[in-house]
Design a binder for this molecule. Structure first.
Ligand SMILES: Cc1ncc(COP(=O)(O)O)c(C=O)c1O
Length: 398
Protein backbone atom coordinates (compact mmCIF):
# COMPACT_ATOMS: atom_id res chain seq x y z
CA UNK A 1 0.00 0.00 0.00
CA UNK A 2 1.46 3.35 -0.97
CA UNK A 3 -0.86 5.81 0.65
CA UNK A 4 -4.22 5.91 2.41
CA UNK A 5 -5.92 8.72 4.30
CA UNK A 6 -9.08 10.34 5.59
CA UNK A 7 -10.75 10.14 2.17
CA UNK A 8 -10.71 6.33 2.36
CA UNK A 9 -11.99 6.48 5.96
CA UNK A 10 -14.86 8.74 4.83
CA UNK A 11 -15.60 6.37 1.95
CA UNK A 12 -15.90 3.42 4.32
CA UNK A 13 -18.16 5.49 6.58
CA UNK A 14 -20.31 6.44 3.57
CA UNK A 15 -20.92 2.74 2.81
CA UNK A 16 -21.56 1.81 6.45
CA UNK A 17 -24.11 4.61 6.83
CA UNK A 18 -25.86 3.55 3.65
CA UNK A 19 -26.08 0.00 5.06
CA UNK A 20 -25.69 -1.41 1.57
CA UNK A 21 -22.49 -3.44 1.48
CA UNK A 22 -23.33 -6.05 -1.17
CA UNK A 23 -22.66 -5.10 -4.79
CA UNK A 24 -26.26 -5.94 -5.68
CA UNK A 25 -29.44 -4.43 -4.30
CA UNK A 26 -32.46 -2.40 -5.31
CA UNK A 27 -31.63 1.08 -6.59
CA UNK A 28 -33.24 2.48 -3.42
CA UNK A 29 -30.99 0.31 -1.28
CA UNK A 30 -27.97 1.41 -3.20
CA UNK A 31 -27.53 -0.88 -6.20
CA UNK A 32 -25.25 0.75 -8.65
CA UNK A 33 -23.19 2.60 -6.11
CA UNK A 34 -19.56 1.92 -5.27
CA UNK A 35 -18.76 -1.31 -7.16
CA UNK A 36 -20.50 -0.25 -10.35
CA UNK A 37 -19.00 3.23 -10.18
CA UNK A 38 -15.53 1.85 -9.55
CA UNK A 39 -15.92 -0.44 -12.56
CA UNK A 40 -16.94 2.51 -14.73
CA UNK A 41 -14.18 4.73 -13.42
CA UNK A 42 -11.45 2.10 -13.87
CA UNK A 43 -12.74 1.35 -17.38
CA UNK A 44 -12.61 5.04 -18.29
CA UNK A 45 -9.18 5.44 -16.70
CA UNK A 46 -7.48 2.63 -18.57
CA UNK A 47 -9.56 2.84 -21.74
CA UNK A 48 -11.34 -0.49 -21.87
CA UNK A 49 -14.96 -1.44 -22.56
CA UNK A 50 -15.65 -3.69 -19.57
CA UNK A 51 -14.35 -3.94 -16.04
CA UNK A 52 -15.45 -6.54 -13.53
CA UNK A 53 -14.44 -5.83 -9.93
CA UNK A 54 -13.34 -9.02 -8.18
CA UNK A 55 -11.90 -10.19 -4.89
CA UNK A 56 -8.31 -10.52 -6.13
CA UNK A 57 -5.82 -10.66 -8.96
CA UNK A 58 -5.97 -14.45 -8.80
CA UNK A 59 -9.76 -14.36 -9.19
CA UNK A 60 -9.37 -12.00 -12.14
CA UNK A 61 -6.89 -14.34 -13.87
CA UNK A 62 -9.23 -17.29 -13.31
CA UNK A 63 -12.09 -15.22 -14.76
CA UNK A 64 -9.93 -14.43 -17.81
CA UNK A 65 -9.09 -18.09 -18.48
CA UNK A 66 -12.70 -19.15 -17.86
CA UNK A 67 -13.85 -16.37 -20.19
CA UNK A 68 -11.56 -17.77 -22.89
CA UNK A 69 -12.94 -21.26 -22.32
CA UNK A 70 -9.53 -22.65 -21.29
CA UNK A 71 -9.70 -26.00 -19.51
CA UNK A 72 -8.47 -29.62 -19.52
CA UNK A 73 -6.45 -30.45 -22.62
CA UNK A 74 -5.04 -26.91 -22.85
CA UNK A 75 -1.62 -25.50 -22.05
CA UNK A 76 -1.07 -21.91 -20.98
CA UNK A 77 2.40 -20.34 -21.12
CA UNK A 78 3.52 -18.41 -18.03
CA UNK A 79 6.90 -16.89 -17.13
CA UNK A 80 9.22 -18.49 -14.55
CA UNK A 81 9.36 -15.25 -12.59
CA UNK A 82 5.88 -14.23 -11.40
CA UNK A 83 3.84 -14.76 -8.28
CA UNK A 84 2.64 -18.38 -8.06
CA UNK A 85 -0.96 -17.17 -8.56
CA UNK A 86 -0.33 -16.77 -12.30
CA UNK A 87 0.36 -20.50 -12.62
CA UNK A 88 -2.31 -21.52 -10.12
CA UNK A 89 -4.96 -19.67 -12.12
CA UNK A 90 -4.13 -22.07 -14.95
CA UNK A 91 -4.48 -25.21 -12.80
CA UNK A 92 -7.65 -23.75 -11.27
CA UNK A 93 -9.39 -24.02 -14.63
CA UNK A 94 -8.03 -27.54 -15.20
CA UNK A 95 -5.30 -26.58 -17.66
CA UNK A 96 -1.52 -27.08 -17.55
CA UNK A 97 1.01 -24.25 -17.12
CA UNK A 98 4.05 -24.33 -19.39
CA UNK A 99 6.74 -22.28 -17.70
CA UNK A 100 9.22 -20.27 -19.77
CA UNK A 101 12.28 -18.07 -19.23
CA UNK A 102 12.41 -14.40 -18.48
CA UNK A 103 15.12 -12.20 -20.00
CA UNK A 104 17.23 -9.53 -18.31
CA UNK A 105 14.17 -7.28 -18.07
CA UNK A 106 12.78 -9.91 -15.64
CA UNK A 107 9.74 -10.29 -17.91
CA UNK A 108 8.78 -13.08 -20.31
CA UNK A 109 11.38 -13.74 -22.99
CA UNK A 110 9.46 -13.70 -26.31
CA UNK A 111 11.89 -16.22 -27.86
CA UNK A 112 11.22 -18.61 -24.98
CA UNK A 113 7.49 -18.14 -25.50
CA UNK A 114 7.75 -18.96 -29.19
CA UNK A 115 9.97 -21.98 -28.57
CA UNK A 116 7.51 -23.35 -25.99
CA UNK A 117 4.42 -23.31 -28.18
CA UNK A 118 3.10 -26.79 -28.90
CA UNK A 119 -0.06 -28.30 -30.36
CA UNK A 120 -1.91 -27.93 -27.02
CA UNK A 121 -0.93 -24.33 -26.29
CA UNK A 122 -3.97 -22.06 -26.27
CA UNK A 123 -3.06 -19.00 -24.27
CA UNK A 124 -0.21 -16.99 -22.78
CA UNK A 125 -0.05 -14.87 -19.64
CA UNK A 126 2.63 -12.19 -19.95
CA UNK A 127 3.30 -10.62 -16.56
CA UNK A 128 4.34 -6.99 -16.09
CA UNK A 129 6.53 -7.67 -13.08
CA UNK A 130 7.36 -4.94 -10.58
CA UNK A 131 5.56 -2.35 -12.71
CA UNK A 132 7.69 -3.04 -15.81
CA UNK A 133 5.98 -3.56 -19.16
CA UNK A 134 6.73 -6.81 -21.01
CA UNK A 135 7.86 -6.85 -24.61
CA UNK A 136 4.23 -6.72 -25.73
CA UNK A 137 5.03 -6.00 -29.36
CA UNK A 138 6.76 -9.34 -29.79
CA UNK A 139 4.56 -11.32 -27.41
CA UNK A 140 1.38 -10.13 -29.12
CA UNK A 141 2.76 -10.82 -32.56
CA UNK A 142 3.81 -14.37 -31.56
CA UNK A 143 0.39 -14.89 -29.96
CA UNK A 144 -1.31 -13.74 -33.14
CA UNK A 145 0.86 -15.95 -35.35
CA UNK A 146 0.01 -19.02 -33.25
CA UNK A 147 -3.63 -18.08 -32.47
CA UNK A 148 -3.00 -17.83 -28.74
CA UNK A 149 -5.28 -15.87 -26.44
CA UNK A 150 -3.53 -13.32 -24.24
CA UNK A 151 -4.40 -12.55 -20.62
CA UNK A 152 -2.11 -9.80 -19.34
CA UNK A 153 -1.22 -10.19 -15.70
CA UNK A 154 -1.01 -6.53 -14.70
CA UNK A 155 -1.34 -7.22 -10.99
CA UNK A 156 1.95 -5.51 -10.19
CA UNK A 157 1.63 -2.77 -12.80
CA UNK A 158 -1.52 -0.84 -11.93
CA UNK A 159 -1.50 2.36 -14.01
CA UNK A 160 1.48 1.32 -16.14
CA UNK A 161 1.45 1.56 -19.92
CA UNK A 162 3.14 0.32 -23.06
CA UNK A 163 3.60 2.74 -25.96
CA UNK A 164 1.05 5.06 -24.40
CA UNK A 165 -1.68 2.50 -23.90
CA UNK A 166 -2.54 1.05 -20.49
CA UNK A 167 -1.17 -2.33 -19.48
CA UNK A 168 -3.98 -4.85 -19.22
CA UNK A 169 -5.74 -3.46 -22.30
CA UNK A 170 -3.45 -4.90 -24.99
CA UNK A 171 -4.39 -8.54 -24.62
CA UNK A 172 -7.77 -10.23 -24.98
CA UNK A 173 -8.22 -9.64 -21.24
CA UNK A 174 -6.26 -8.25 -18.33
CA UNK A 175 -6.07 -8.85 -14.59
CA UNK A 176 -5.26 -6.38 -11.81
CA UNK A 177 -4.63 -6.89 -8.12
CA UNK A 178 -5.39 -4.32 -5.46
CA UNK A 179 -4.05 -6.32 -2.54
CA UNK A 180 -2.06 -4.78 0.29
CA UNK A 181 1.22 -4.62 -1.64
CA UNK A 182 -0.09 -3.17 -4.86
CA UNK A 183 0.01 0.37 -6.24
CA UNK A 184 -3.69 0.84 -5.37
CA UNK A 185 -4.95 -1.16 -2.44
CA UNK A 186 -8.13 -2.10 -0.63
CA UNK A 187 -6.47 -4.86 1.40
CA UNK A 188 -7.59 -7.56 -1.02
CA UNK A 189 -9.33 -6.84 -4.34
CA UNK A 190 -8.91 -7.11 -8.07
CA UNK A 191 -10.30 -6.37 -11.50
CA UNK A 192 -10.82 -8.33 -14.69
CA UNK A 193 -10.83 -6.13 -17.80
CA UNK A 194 -11.64 -6.73 -21.45
CA UNK A 195 -13.09 -5.00 -24.47
CA UNK A 196 -14.74 -8.22 -25.62
CA UNK A 197 -18.42 -8.38 -24.61
CA UNK A 198 -18.53 -12.17 -24.66
CA UNK A 199 -15.47 -12.53 -22.45
CA UNK A 200 -17.01 -10.02 -20.06
CA UNK A 201 -20.23 -12.02 -19.82
CA UNK A 202 -18.36 -15.25 -19.23
CA UNK A 203 -16.11 -13.63 -16.61
CA UNK A 204 -19.20 -12.24 -14.91
CA UNK A 205 -20.80 -15.68 -14.80
CA UNK A 206 -17.56 -17.24 -13.50
CA UNK A 207 -17.23 -14.60 -10.75
CA UNK A 208 -20.73 -15.19 -9.43
CA UNK A 209 -22.17 -18.66 -9.59
CA UNK A 210 -25.68 -17.45 -8.75
CA UNK A 211 -25.66 -14.38 -10.89
CA UNK A 212 -28.70 -15.23 -12.95
CA UNK A 213 -30.87 -13.32 -10.47
CA UNK A 214 -29.15 -9.99 -10.69
CA UNK A 215 -29.70 -6.93 -12.88
CA UNK A 216 -26.26 -7.07 -14.53
CA UNK A 217 -27.22 -10.35 -16.16
CA UNK A 218 -30.32 -9.07 -17.90
CA UNK A 219 -29.61 -9.10 -21.59
CA UNK A 220 -26.64 -11.46 -21.38
CA UNK A 221 -26.43 -13.81 -24.29
CA UNK A 222 -24.03 -16.41 -22.83
CA UNK A 223 -25.58 -19.48 -21.25
CA UNK A 224 -25.09 -19.50 -17.50
CA UNK A 225 -22.57 -22.07 -16.23
CA UNK A 226 -21.49 -22.87 -12.70
CA UNK A 227 -19.05 -20.31 -11.39
CA UNK A 228 -17.75 -19.38 -7.94
CA UNK A 229 -17.92 -16.29 -5.78
CA UNK A 230 -15.30 -13.68 -6.64
CA UNK A 231 -17.66 -10.74 -6.09
CA UNK A 232 -16.31 -7.45 -4.87
CA UNK A 233 -18.18 -5.43 -2.25
CA UNK A 234 -19.12 -1.83 -1.59
CA UNK A 235 -16.44 -1.21 1.06
CA UNK A 236 -13.57 -2.35 -1.16
CA UNK A 237 -14.88 -0.42 -4.16
CA UNK A 238 -15.44 2.75 -2.11
CA UNK A 239 -11.82 2.61 -0.95
CA UNK A 240 -10.61 1.93 -4.49
CA UNK A 241 -12.52 4.91 -5.88
CA UNK A 242 -10.56 7.13 -3.50
CA UNK A 243 -7.33 5.27 -4.26
CA UNK A 244 -7.89 5.81 -7.98
CA UNK A 245 -7.95 9.58 -7.43
CA UNK A 246 -4.49 9.20 -5.90
CA UNK A 247 -3.07 7.12 -8.77
CA UNK A 248 -1.71 9.96 -10.96
CA UNK A 249 0.03 11.45 -7.94
CA UNK A 250 1.48 8.10 -6.84
CA UNK A 251 2.82 7.35 -10.32
CA UNK A 252 4.17 10.89 -10.84
CA UNK A 253 6.04 10.65 -7.57
CA UNK A 254 7.44 7.17 -8.25
CA UNK A 255 8.39 7.91 -11.83
CA UNK A 256 10.05 11.26 -11.24
CA UNK A 257 11.82 9.85 -8.22
CA UNK A 258 13.09 6.93 -10.28
CA UNK A 259 14.25 9.16 -13.14
CA UNK A 260 16.24 11.33 -10.75
CA UNK A 261 17.59 8.28 -8.90
CA UNK A 262 18.76 6.55 -12.08
CA UNK A 263 20.34 9.69 -13.51
CA UNK A 264 22.27 10.19 -10.26
CA UNK A 265 23.62 6.63 -10.18
CA UNK A 266 27.31 6.09 -10.90
CA UNK A 267 27.57 2.40 -11.54
CA UNK A 268 30.87 0.55 -11.41
CA UNK A 269 31.99 -1.84 -14.17
CA UNK A 270 30.06 -5.05 -13.87
CA UNK A 271 26.73 -3.48 -12.87
CA UNK A 272 24.33 -1.70 -15.21
CA UNK A 273 20.73 -0.59 -15.39
CA UNK A 274 18.67 -3.50 -16.76
CA UNK A 275 16.95 -3.21 -20.15
CA UNK A 276 13.31 -2.15 -20.08
CA UNK A 277 10.70 -2.54 -22.82
CA UNK A 278 9.06 0.84 -22.30
CA UNK A 279 10.67 3.10 -19.70
CA UNK A 280 7.91 5.70 -20.23
CA UNK A 281 5.22 3.25 -19.18
CA UNK A 282 7.14 1.73 -16.27
CA UNK A 283 5.38 2.40 -12.94
CA UNK A 284 8.63 3.36 -11.20
CA UNK A 285 8.18 1.13 -8.16
CA UNK A 286 11.82 0.08 -8.33
CA UNK A 287 15.08 0.43 -10.26
CA UNK A 288 16.33 -2.83 -11.73
CA UNK A 289 20.07 -3.32 -11.99
CA UNK A 290 21.89 -6.27 -13.58
CA UNK A 291 25.24 -7.49 -12.33
CA UNK A 292 27.71 -9.42 -14.48
CA UNK A 293 27.67 -12.35 -12.03
CA UNK A 294 25.75 -13.68 -9.06
CA UNK A 295 28.80 -12.99 -6.90
CA UNK A 296 28.93 -9.31 -7.88
CA UNK A 297 25.17 -9.12 -7.31
CA UNK A 298 25.40 -10.56 -3.76
CA UNK A 299 28.29 -8.29 -2.83
CA UNK A 300 26.46 -5.24 -4.23
CA UNK A 301 23.33 -6.20 -2.34
CA UNK A 302 25.18 -6.50 0.95
CA UNK A 303 26.92 -3.18 0.43
CA UNK A 304 23.65 -1.44 -0.47
CA UNK A 305 21.80 -2.89 2.50
CA UNK A 306 24.61 -1.91 4.87
CA UNK A 307 24.39 1.62 3.48
CA UNK A 308 20.66 1.71 4.22
CA UNK A 309 19.53 1.51 0.58
CA UNK A 310 16.34 -0.58 0.22
CA UNK A 311 17.76 -3.17 -2.19
CA UNK A 312 16.56 -6.73 -2.78
CA UNK A 313 17.25 -9.45 -5.31
CA UNK A 314 14.35 -11.22 -7.02
CA UNK A 315 16.37 -14.41 -6.40
CA UNK A 316 15.13 -14.14 -2.80
CA UNK A 317 11.50 -13.55 -3.70
CA UNK A 318 10.15 -16.97 -2.66
CA UNK A 319 6.93 -17.89 -4.43
CA UNK A 320 7.70 -15.44 -7.23
CA UNK A 321 10.17 -17.97 -8.64
CA UNK A 322 8.89 -21.07 -10.44
CA UNK A 323 11.31 -23.34 -8.53
CA UNK A 324 9.41 -22.49 -5.33
CA UNK A 325 5.95 -23.23 -6.71
CA UNK A 326 5.59 -26.50 -4.80
CA UNK A 327 2.05 -27.35 -5.98
CA UNK A 328 3.26 -27.06 -9.58
CA UNK A 329 6.71 -28.63 -9.11
CA UNK A 330 5.09 -31.55 -7.24
CA UNK A 331 2.20 -31.74 -9.71
CA UNK A 332 -0.51 -31.45 -7.10
CA UNK A 333 -2.96 -29.12 -8.80
CA UNK A 334 -6.15 -29.61 -6.80
CA UNK A 335 -7.57 -30.81 -3.50
CA UNK A 336 -9.06 -33.94 -5.11
CA UNK A 337 -7.28 -36.32 -7.50
CA UNK A 338 -10.16 -36.38 -9.95
CA UNK A 339 -10.04 -32.61 -10.21
CA UNK A 340 -6.25 -32.44 -10.42
CA UNK A 341 -5.25 -31.24 -13.89
CA UNK A 342 -1.97 -33.17 -13.57
CA UNK A 343 -3.92 -36.44 -13.34
CA UNK A 344 -6.67 -35.75 -15.84
CA UNK A 345 -6.78 -37.99 -18.91
CA UNK A 346 -7.56 -34.91 -21.04
CA UNK A 347 -4.18 -33.49 -20.07
CA UNK A 348 -2.17 -36.61 -20.93
CA UNK A 349 -0.71 -34.93 -24.00
CA UNK A 350 0.08 -31.65 -22.22
CA UNK A 351 3.66 -31.06 -21.11
CA UNK A 352 3.92 -31.05 -17.34
CA UNK A 353 7.43 -32.22 -16.52
CA UNK A 354 8.86 -29.69 -14.11
CA UNK A 355 12.10 -29.44 -12.12
CA UNK A 356 13.50 -26.62 -9.96
CA UNK A 357 16.56 -26.31 -12.21
CA UNK A 358 14.73 -26.51 -15.53
CA UNK A 359 15.15 -22.79 -16.39
CA UNK A 360 18.84 -22.01 -15.72
CA UNK A 361 18.61 -18.77 -17.69
CA UNK A 362 15.83 -17.45 -15.46
CA UNK A 363 17.67 -18.48 -12.30
CA UNK A 364 20.83 -16.81 -13.60
CA UNK A 365 18.97 -13.57 -14.47
CA UNK A 366 17.31 -13.44 -11.05
CA UNK A 367 20.58 -14.14 -9.25
CA UNK A 368 22.21 -11.27 -11.10
CA UNK A 369 19.36 -8.79 -10.56
CA UNK A 370 19.09 -6.10 -7.91
CA UNK A 371 15.94 -4.10 -7.29
CA UNK A 372 16.17 -0.83 -5.42
CA UNK A 373 12.67 -0.21 -4.16
CA UNK A 374 11.27 3.34 -4.41
CA UNK A 375 8.83 4.90 -2.02
CA UNK A 376 6.25 7.65 -2.29
CA UNK A 377 7.45 8.71 1.17
CA UNK A 378 10.81 9.83 -0.22
CA UNK A 379 11.46 13.56 -0.30
CA UNK A 380 13.98 14.81 -2.85
CA UNK A 381 16.52 15.09 0.00
CA UNK A 382 15.90 11.41 0.92
CA UNK A 383 16.45 10.43 -2.67
CA UNK A 384 19.64 12.41 -3.02
CA UNK A 385 20.96 10.90 0.21
CA UNK A 386 20.09 7.38 -1.04
CA UNK A 387 21.70 7.90 -4.46
CA UNK A 388 24.85 9.07 -2.74
CA UNK A 389 24.75 6.12 -0.36
CA UNK A 390 24.18 3.73 -3.27
CA UNK A 391 27.07 5.20 -5.28
CA UNK A 392 29.46 4.95 -2.34
CA UNK A 393 28.34 1.40 -1.56
CA UNK A 394 28.62 0.22 -5.17
CA UNK A 395 32.17 1.57 -5.53
CA UNK A 396 33.27 -0.98 -2.94
CA UNK A 397 32.06 -3.76 -5.25
CA UNK A 398 33.97 -2.65 -8.34
C1 LIG B 1 2.18 -10.98 -10.72
C2 LIG B 1 1.03 -11.32 -9.83
N1 LIG B 1 0.01 -12.04 -10.34
C3 LIG B 1 -1.06 -12.37 -9.59
C4 LIG B 1 -1.15 -11.99 -8.27
C5 LIG B 1 -2.34 -12.40 -7.47
O1 LIG B 1 -3.01 -11.28 -6.95
P1 LIG B 1 -3.88 -11.45 -5.62
O2 LIG B 1 -2.94 -11.54 -4.48
O3 LIG B 1 -4.69 -10.18 -5.57
O4 LIG B 1 -4.70 -12.64 -5.81
C6 LIG B 1 -0.11 -11.26 -7.70
C7 LIG B 1 -0.16 -10.87 -6.29
O5 LIG B 1 0.79 -10.70 -5.58
C8 LIG B 1 1.01 -10.92 -8.49
O6 LIG B 1 2.04 -10.23 -7.99
Amino acid sequence: MYTMGTEEVDAVRRVAERKQTFRYGSPAAGHGNEVVHFEQEWAAHIGVQHVLATTSGTASLICALAAFGIGPGDEVVVPGYTYIATALAVTNVGAIPVIVDVDESCTMDPDALEAAIGPRTRAVIPVHMQGMPCNLERILSIAKKHSLLVAEDSCQAVGGSYRGRHLGTWGDAGAFSFNHYKILSAGESGAFVTSNARYYERAFIQHDGGCSLWPEVVGMTEDIFGGGNFRSNEFAAAILREQLKRLPGILDHLRSSKRAFVSGLELPDGIRVAPMHDPEGDCGVQTLLTAESADVCRRALEALKTAGVPAVTPADSGRHIYANWQPIMNRRGAHHPAMDPFRMAENAECRSEYAPDMLPKTLDVLERSIMIMHSTEWSSEDRERLVEAANTALQTVA
